[in-house]
Design a protein around this ligand. Structure first.
Ligand SMILES: CC(=O)SCCNC(=O)CCNC(=O)[C@H](O)C(C)(C)COP(=O)(O)OP(=O)(O)OC[C@H]1O[C@@H](n2cnc3c(N)ncnc32)[C@H](O)[C@@H]1OP(=O)(O)O
Ligand SMILES: CC(=O)C(=O)O
Length: 579
């Protein structure tokens, strides 16, 4: 953390616009509203909501926010400049962006001469006029303007002078922010750094935006604006650091095609950019945009910028998971900062050191961003992993206790046979309790049989399982049917046990995963089965391994029921202790 905080930095979220350009991501209006309100709570100052006029959903989204606005954030509508050879007044897209009723609008325009002549099929002069006319029109209409310079870095590399003219056109027309976009995501951090520094210098030299005139093309700038337009602009309450300044500020918008979007945005900030655009979880066109869940912690915790409040920063992990839930994409478990594994320690050497001082293997404190440290148990473990896990299970275990090393050895032996405990911590707790003589005996299985019926021509297979179980010295024989052998076995076991343990009625088998471990040995291959179970408030996973898939499933299912009973008895003990 730096001693003297740097100047303010503005975060601009484009999850609802560029984020939705990701293949496979689609959101309803309700989803967009939920995300916008969550980002508002997170303290993001600018939230780009979409492109009104591009589709009915985005039009309605802005209407709904007019009815029930966000609490703090500025919702921003996005659009392109007017098309070539058409007047701003006749451009329906600009009428739509005005109808969105936002105080701020973002306009993107072309910086790269190739795009002007090949993409837009127009002249370089007309492109400058498109940028200028559009921004002036929006300013006259009372809007504050952010200008996104599309393909800025590629344009700059091919024709620096022309690229700078496009920015100057935007600045002199009244844009308050000039956002440099690495649209194709091909630029590397050292280039970003040099180019942003050059623009910051050129921007200072122009010094004529917001009512000045253009030295390059002699446009009148905003001096001719009607008084009502200027009044609405200056009445805006949004506390922009540069709202009274004649010089627009620089922003950055990066894409992740070179896997450097976050690094590029950081390089731009260090070179003078004061607005950072990105998306939650890095969603975006092709390989995505700069990930705000990494950028904000880096900017705030390492570079000392104040982007959102500390309390809000501690909610960023939850916000990341909320957004992935709403857009229906599985969260990236290995995402930096907010991923489930971001602070998971597996290697014994790491765990041993982290237990002594977390700084040894953690770059920040996970709690600062609302994540948490996890110790993973596997064949890579050392004694420290076992002790840490024991603590998390509520078991006192001392390093000097020879049973601790025996448990570690048993863990390593079983993993070499194909078990995997990192995903099945419930089975590991049972194994540890076994080693310590603390595994309660809820029931004993004396035997089981499963019979499957596959009738030619019939669509479904039916299965019948019988189990013999002893509980408290009493033998029970039960049978149950299911649409497969594992379901039938699970049902028969529950039937046998539920009279003794009514809590079993609330257990549910929620997931069943099978992995063939050494497939090249054909039917002699081992099978690993992971079973996920849950009760009304917890989930747990158990594992079974065997050359017989049914036997592997049986072990995992039985341990699933046993662990559920263990959780219940632990909860009862805790309740009795507190009352
Ligand atoms: C870098 C970015 O991410 S920019 C945002 C990109 N996002 C999107 O494209 C999503 C929303 N887009 C859409 O819904 C549609 O593309 C629309 C409604 C905008 C346009 O649809 P259409 O009129 O059918 O045009 P189409 O999509 O085929 O082509 C884009 C048009 O925009 C023009 N255009 C592209 N950039 C600009 C610009 N900066 N200023 C003005 N016009 C532009 C193209 O030249 C082309 O015009 P043409 O059809 O007259 O040749
Ligand atoms: C504007 C934008 O999204 C881009 O240039 O990437």
């Amino acid at each position: 953390m730096t001693e003297n905080p740097s100047p303010p930095l503005w975060i601009y979220d484009t999850t609802l616009r560029d984020g939705t350009q990701r293949e496979g991501l689609s959101v309803s209006i309700e989803d967009k509203l939920r995300i916008a309100r969550r980002l508002d709570q997170l303290g993001i100052p600018f939230i780009e909501g979409g492109w009104p006029g591009a589709n009915p959903k985005d039009v309605q989204f802005f209407w709904q926010l007019q009815e029930d606005p966000l609490k703090n954030a500025e919702i921003v509508a996005f659009c392109s400049t007017r098309r070539p050879n058409i007047s701003v007044a006749n451009e329906p897209m600009l009428q739509a962006i005005l109808a969105a009723g936002t105080r701020w609008v973002t306009i993107f325009g072309k910086s790269w001469d190739l795009h002007v002549t090949e993409g837009l099929k127009t002249s370089l002069a007309e492109n400058l006029a498109m940028i200028r006319d559009t921004i002036e029109y929006l300013r006259v209409s009372g809007r504050r303007v952010i200008y996104d310079a599309e393909h800025w870095f590629d344009g700059y590399k091919h024709n620096r002078d022309y690229a700078l003219k496009t920015l100057e056109a935007a600045a002199t027309a009244g844009a308050e922010w000039l956002v440099l976009c690495d649209t194709n995501g091909g630029t590397l951090p050292h280039e970003i750094s040099q180019i942003v520094q050059d623009v910051v210098k050129a921007n200072g030299a122009w010094g004529m935006g917001h009512g000045g005139g253009s030295a390059l093309d002699g446009s009148p700038g905003l001096k001719h604006l009607p008084a009502w337009g200027m009044e609405r602009i200056s009445n805006s309450q949004f506390p922009m650091p540069n709202s009274q300044s004649p010089i627009p500020q620089i922003g950055i918008h990066t894409h992740n095609d070179s896997d450097t979007a976050v690094a590029n945005a950081l390089a731009a900030v260090m070179a003078g950019a004061r607005m950072v655009q990105g998306t939650i979880n890095g969603y975006g066109e092709r390989c995505g945009n700069a990930n705000l869940c990494s950028l904000i912690p880096n900017l705030q915790l390492k570079l000392g910028y104040s982007c959102i409040e500390e309390k809000q920063l501690s909610q960023i992990t939850e916000a990341s998971r909320f957004v992935s839930e709403v857009v229906n994409l599985a969260p990236d478990e290995h995402a930096p900062f907010v991923g489930r594994s971001a602070f998971a320690h597996k290697g014994g050497i790491h765990v041993s050191a982290v237990e002594r001082n977390p700084l040894t293997y953690e770059h920040i404190q996970p709690e600062q961003i609302g994540n948490r440290r996890r110790i993973v148990i596997s064949e890579q473990a050392g004694l420290s992993n076992v002790l840490a896990k024991a603590r998390s299970f509520g078991i006192e275990l001392d390093k000097q206790n020879p049973q601790a090393r025996q448990i570690l050895q048993r863990l390593k032996d079983l993993e070499s046979e194909g078990y995997q405990f990192e995903a099945a911590e419930a089975s590991f707790e049972l194994l540890m309790r076994e080693g310590l003589g603390k595994r309660p005996l809820f029931f004993e299985i004396k035997g089981f049989q499963v019979h499957c019926d596959l009738v030619e021509g019939k669509e479904t297979t039916s299965a019948l399982a019988t189990v013999k179980v002893t509980v408290n010295g009493k033998d029970i024989l039960e049978a149950a049917e299911g649409n497969g052998p594992v379901a039938a076995l699970d049902a028969a076991l529950r039937k046998a046990l539920v009279n003794f343990y009514p809590q079993i009625a609330a257990f549910e088998l929620t997931d069943y995963k099978v992995r063939i471990l050494n497939g090249h040995t054909g039917t002699a291959a081992k099978t690993r089965v992971l079973v996920e179970s849950r009760n009304s408030h917890q989930r747990w996973t158990t594992v079974g391994v065997s050359t017989n898939i049914l036997e592997a499933s049986y072990h995992a299912v039985v341990e699933g029921l046993e662990y559920g009973l263990l959780l219940h008895s632990k909860a009862e003990v805790a309740l009795n202790a507190s009352s």
